[in-house]
Design a protein. Sequence first.
Length: 103
Amino acid sequence: METVDILRREGLRVSYLHIRYFQPFPSRYVSKLLSSIGADNAILVEHSYHGLAGKVIAMNTGHVIRKRIVKFTGRPIYVHELVQAVRDVVSGKSERVVLKYGA
């Protein structure tokens, strides 16, 4: 993913997880991953105002992801806006960023 490459070149340690299905939910895999990095280091990126995938993750793993980047305009998430949003979250500027580009 281009965003990951850009952020790594900037010196950030980032990874990407795409959960492809929610039923059955891969609880053990996601829980093990979040335990290894710490849920406080995870950022949920989602096309949903309320971050519904984060709620499903918490329900199935017990890990609550508090940092969120959301977009609910129906438009795609563009690389430039996601890179900036991750920077804002990592710097502590915000725990929740709402993307609006293209709205």
